[in-house]
Design a protein around this ligand. Structure first.
Ligand code: HEC
Length: 106
């Protein structure tokens, strides 16, 4: 019995530790599947669609300065010519993508 509960606590702990790493992975997968064709794999918008839409780089000072909440809202509700992803991505997926964009900005 005692042994079992130790295992339960350990697996609970490792589940918590795995969350940040998982978030980054799903954010990356979502970005590559849904965003990279316009914003580019590196976020600079250096793609045929990105150029024709005159995309600003996600690494621009404006986007680096923007809060997570602002990037979240722009992605969810849309901005300019970009349609929002409300209903297409869950809030958790959008949050994960924002987290991934932050890693591109470094
Ligand atoms: C069809 C091309 C396209 C796709 C796909 C796309 N975007 Fe955009 N995105 C745009 C355009 C165009 C703008 C700029 C809006 C404007 O100023 O007209 C933009 C703007 C943004 C902005 C506002 C900041 C900025 O640099 O202008 C964020 C944040 C953003 N996109 C995130 C995302 C995320 C996250 C995804 C994937 C879930 C995504 N976009 C998919 C075209 C796209």
């Amino acid at each position: 019995m005692k042994h079992n509960s130790q295992i339960a606590i350990l697996s609970l702990l490792s589940a918590f530790l795995a969350i940040p790493a998982m978030a980054q992975q799903t954010g990356e997968a979502t970005y590559k599947a849904k965003c990279a064709m316009c914003h580019g794999a590196d976020g600079t918008g250096n793609t045929p669609i990105g150029k024709s839409m005159k995309l600003r780089s996600l690494k621009s000072p404006e986007d680096v300065k923007a809060t997570d909440a602002e990037l979240f809202k722009q992605t969810k509700d849309g901005v300019g010519k970009m349609q929002g992803y409300a209903g297409k991505l869950t809030d958790a997926q959008i949050q994960d993508v924002v987290t991934y964009i932050r890693t591109l900005q470094k």
